[in-house]
Write a protein that binds this ligand. Structure first.
Ligand code: NAP
Length: 319
């Protein structure tokens, strides 16, 4: 993430959010060249002419050298499905676009987004369950390393979920000020020092008046315990983004405890019936969905008739 010396990633009116040097932009592309997928929040995609892609041929070659697909998967997070379907990101279809959303999204929004994205996944009731979603991304789309490019609200959700491994920051020689200006992690935030995400400086480089910092997360916001270092797919580079690895498996301590009471099995049964109903509807347009995914090489697609999110929901209902 590029930030001003006062920690802002855009001006308060959101009009300016690109303020780094050419070196900073190269770093962005270098970082993308180490990731299977690049993710951004709905407002970042709406407000910027970003395509979240790998960039020029030089970086696509770098990706291949790293053993990655020529183009990264592109992911957009939107709780309420209000991403603008006319945004720049949807204009060129060189790699699959996934939209992660929740049940808050209206059928109308879902329909619009399905017309422009390769997949729209419901990943939670009111909030995206990022831990589970990353497990699914790894399993269904082969995502081992994911780069989140902000904005501040999405970053905050990932910090809160304890999923961030590294923070790549470019400190730019500017002050924006403004209490409404977004920072690298907005949202609810930590209530006290004990709950703050703890970082360790891994590298610091100076290019002109900019500082390129890489921090490793040593203690996550919610998990509370010390994190064990994760292995990187590629050698570490300094950069300007936040990167993290989907967990290989869900740690026991993060699982939600299941309350078994009189209504438990009735609720589960209703959930399963709802899933079966949704699976029937998905079967109607499943073939079209599978065909779309096959068109995109290197996406790790697997032939499936019922969409992954429905399978996910079945599992969710069972456990
Ligand atoms: N300087 C930099 O490096 C940099 C990088 C990126 C962005 N920016 C700037 O930062 C600003 C945008 O930042 P922002 O914080 O306002 O917006 P953001 O994080 O890009 O997007 C916020 C939206 O993302 C969705 N979202 C966030 N957290 C979510 C969660 N936990 N689950 C599901 N969906 C979630 C919601 O979409 P819905 O409302 O649709 O539900 C939310 O309104 C822009 O001005 C952008 O240009 C700067």
């Amino acid at each position: 993430m590029a930030m001003t010396a006062d920690g802002k990633i855009a001006t308060a009116n959101r009009a300016v959010s690109t303020f780094g040097s050419g070196r900073d932009r190269d770093h962005l592309l270098e970082m993308r060249a180490t990731a299977d997928a690049v993710m951004a929040g709905a407002r970042t995609v709406d407000l910027n002419r970003v395509n979240l892609g790998p960039g020029p041929a030089k970086y696509r070659r770098l990706r291949l050298k790293h053993g990655l697909a020529e183009s990264n998967l592109r992911i957009i997070a939107s709780r309420s499905g209000t991403v603008n379907p006319n945004a720049e990101v949807f204009k060129r279809r060189f790699s699959p676009i996934l939209i992660l959303t929740t049940r808050r999204a209206s059928q109308r929004s879902l329909k619009k987004l399905r017309a422009v994205a390769d997949k729209v996944s419901i990943c939670g009731e009111n909030e995206i369950n990022f831990r589970r979603t990353l497990g699914w991304l790894r399993q269904a789309w082969g995502v081992k390393r994911l780069l989140c490019e902000g904005g501040g609200e999405l970053n905050a959700a990932l910090f809160r979920a304890g999923l961030v491994d590294e923070v790549h920051l470019t400190v730019c020689p500017k002050i924006f000020g403004g209490r409404e200006a977004p920072t690298i992690a907005d949202g609810v935030g930590a209530a006290d020092l004990a709950n703050a995400t703890q970082l360790k400086l891994k590298s610091a480089k100076r290019h002109g008046n900019e500082l390129f910092l890489v921090y490793r997360v040593t203690k996550a916001m919610q998990a509370g315990g010390r994190r064990s270092p994760t292995s990187n797919l590629c050698p570490p580079t300094s950069g300007l983004m936040l990167s993290f690895h989907p967990p290989r498996e869900e740690p026991e301590q993060i699982r939600q405890p299941v309350q078994v009471n009189d209504n438990f099995w009735i609720v589960k049964l209703i959930g399963l019936l709802q899933c079966a109903h949704a699976a029937f509807r998905a079967a109607a347009n499943g073939a079209r969905h599978v065909e779309r995914r096959r068109v995109h090489a290197g996406a790790g697609s697997r032939p499936t008739f019922v969409s992954d999110v429905l399978l996910f929901n079945f599992v969710d209902q069972l456990f």
